[in-house]
Design a binder for this molecule. Structure first.
Ligand code: AMP
Ligand code: ZN
Length: 115
């Protein structure tokens, strides 16, 4: 399988890692859409939210919980968590990923709250 996020999860392609454990990895988005833009992925290949099975519920909780922890670590008081689903939903990479977007409303980025 030729999946760039599987390669990032395995360490075969470099990324700016923010968090990693046995099940998930978080890294900076290479083309950020917000002052803070981090992707949180399962290490196992799941194509998208549309491909979830009932036994994936634990990994989804891990993605969301980790995004919340990273947001807290970075002092974000507000942020967006986004899953793009399918081409018509803006999904370009077919390996499940949660976008953590934030960092607006501070001195450097005072007035931009929407992406
Ligand atoms: P999506 O449109 O939801 O599939 O989002 C894919 C995201 O992956 C985009 O925001 C890209 O900027 C990001 N991206 C693509 N390749 C890389 C990479 N090698 N390292 C980090 N982020 C990437
Ligand atoms: Zn993959």
């Amino acid at each position: 399988m030729d999946c760039i996020f599987c390669a990032i999860a395995a360490g075969g392609i470099a990324s700016e890692t923010v968090y990693e454990d046995a099940d998930i990895k978080a890294f900076k988005d290479a083309s950020p859409s917000a002052p803070v833009h981090i992707l949180v992925i399962p290490k196992a290949h799941i194509e998208s939210i549309a491909h979830l099975k009932a036994n994936h519920s634990d990994i989804i909780v891990q993605l969301i919980y980790r995004a919340k922890q990273i947001a807290a670590d970075k002092g974000l008081r507000g942020y967006k968590l986004v899953f793009n689903v399918g081409r018509e939903g803006g999904q370009v990479i077919d390996h499940l990923h949660l976008h953590l977007l934030g960092g607006w409303g501070n001195k450097e980025n005072p007035d931009k709250f929407r992406v």
